[in-house]
Ligand binder design. Structure first.
Ligand code: KIV
Length: 272
């Protein structure tokens, strides 16, 4: 297949900040491969996240921790090859930026060079600020991620709603401001009370994109496989399912098996 990049106006970090100013909501979805990214981009999503949720969705791991930088680069490069319009953000996987800021920069440079991505995303606030600063100083756009940060699941011990108490809410608000001041172009807030997410979105000027964070933020993100009903076991309250593709695909595969077994497929027109 030959791949031609069409001349469509691409979404940039600048366009996202204009959308926030105009009150136009940002739609973001995950993709991990060429075929899905092509559909999601053609549908008109603004941002595609090559999330480390690929560790769960693509590889079947229980957490996001096992996925490697090389694997994220493989997914990121596959997605970028499909995309004509959306801004593509690639997650820095666990262990590739927390140790020191030089390692964080090297990991980000590899993502930008080897995927041709538009930006990277990192989980955390004050603890990773030095890494964020160093990545930004190299001219690489950074998206923050606060609230439920799945790479810290072993510290939290649960995927329950975060920042319900005053101390954690206060820290989250401070971290959001630190990330904005550092120069992050956007922030993901995952699974926190809607009232807190709204307060964050109103307190900072960069776009805030929520997942399980209510409607008072500047945009929404979901894992595409969850909203399409391909994954079945995961059904948190915030997830709206737009399809039941698991059943649809299973039905189609069952029909195919039946046709092969009954010798209905291939028929005379389906052969040479
Ligand atoms: O990895 C991912 O898919 C994410 C989203 C859930 C925001 O970080």
């Amino acid at each position: 297949m030959s791949i031609h990049k069409e001349s469509i106006k691409r979404v940039t970090t600048h366009i996202l900040s204009e959308m926030k100013l105009k009150g136009e909501k940002i739609a973001m979805l995950t993709s991990y491969d060429f075929s899905m990214a092509s559909i999601v981009d053609k549908a008109g999503v603004d941002v595609i996240l090559v999330g480390d949720s690929a560790s769960n969705v693509m590889a079947g791991h229980e957490t996001t921790l096992p996925i490697t930088l090389d694997q994220m680069i493989y997914h990121g490069a596959s997605v970028v090859r499909a995309v004509n319009r959306a801004l593509v953000v690639v997650d820095l996987p666990f262990g590739t930026y927390q140790g020191n800021s030089k390692e964080a920069l090297c990991s980000s440079v590899r993502i930008m060079k080897e995927c041709s991505a538009d930006a990277v995303k990192l989980e955390g606030g004050r603890e990773i600020l030095e890494s964020v600063n160093r990545i930004l100083s190299a001219g690489i756009p950074v998206m923050g991620h606060l609230g439920l940060t799945p790479q810290s699941i072993h510290k939290f011990g649960t995927y329950a709603v975060r920042a319900k108490d005053d101390a954690e809410a206060e820290k989250l608000l401070e971290d959001a401001k630190l990330l904005e001041d550092a120069g992050c172009f956007a922030l993901v807030l995952e699974k926190i009370p809607a009232s807190l997410a709204t307060k964050v979105a109103e307190s900072i000027s960069i776009p805030v994109i929520g997942i399980g964070a209510g409607g008072g933020v500047d945009g929404q993100v979901l894992v595409a496989h969850d909203m399409l009903g391909i994954t079945q076991e995961f059904s948190p309250r915030f997830l709206r399912r737009y399809h039941n593709l698991f059943e649809e695909i299973k039905g189609a595969v069952e029909n195919y098996i039946g046709d092969v077994k009954s010798k209905d497929f291939p028929n005379e027109k389906e052969q040479y």
